[in-house]
Write a protein that binds this ligand. Structure first.
Ligand code: PNS
Length: 167
């Protein structure tokens, strides 16, 4: 009998910064797939607050000790990266109907480019359905409370950024 090939999933995104919603999806994914690769890719429509290096460090720290969660970056097409990693699945979180159109377009474009790769949508826990990295940054910068909506390390890093900006 041959050993089945490990099922590798890519969880791509900007993660600028990582939110509790992302953490929830990564945990769910890591229970379903043999390996989940959290991939920081560039979104041409966004200018990040955190550098790629900072984002990698944060996610690696939050998931340290979790053997089947890997964190990497890639510059280029997501499907090229997935093929390079021999991943058969792309995981994306779906929070609300408003996410659907964008996600549907991306999933079908990725399927057009690489028919062998499936996009799997996962829902985060209800308490995270309204969180986005964009809102976190906005609320934090305007003095709002974000505790619990991001991992403590992210809150710490946001405070450090704010402090550095004020100097
Ligand atoms: O967290 P985001 O910003 O919604 O993630 C979007 C991301 C990074 C997954 C998307 O922009 C992407 O896949 N970028 C890599 C380049 C690519 O393959 N673009 C075509 C997507 S159909």
């Amino acid at each position: 009998m041959t050993t089945p090939k490990p099922r590798v999933a890519i969880y791509p995104g900007s993660f600028d910064p990582l939110t509790s919603g992302h953490v929830d999806i990564i945990e769910r994914g890591s229970r379903i797939f043999d390996q989940i690769i959290v991939s920081i890719l560039s979104n041409v429509e966004k200018t990040p607050l955190f550098s790629e290096k900072e984002r990698i460090e944060i996610i690696r720290d939050v998931f340290k000790g979790r053997g089947n969660v890997q964190v990497e970056t890639f510059h280029g097409l997501l499907v090229d990266y997935a093929q390079q990693k021999q991943a058969s699945v792309i995981v994306r979180g779906l929070r609300a109907v408003s996410d659907f159109e964008y996600e549907f377009q991306m999933a079908l474009m990725n399927r057009h480019l690489a028919p062998g790769i499936e996009t799997v949508f996962m829902m985060p826990a209800e308490q995270y359905t309204y969180i986005s990295s964009r809102l976190i940054k906005e609320v934090f910068m305007l003095g709002g409370e974000i505790t619990g909506l991001v991992p403590p390390l992210v809150e710490q890093k946001l405070r450090a950024k704010q402090k550095a900006k004020k100097k």
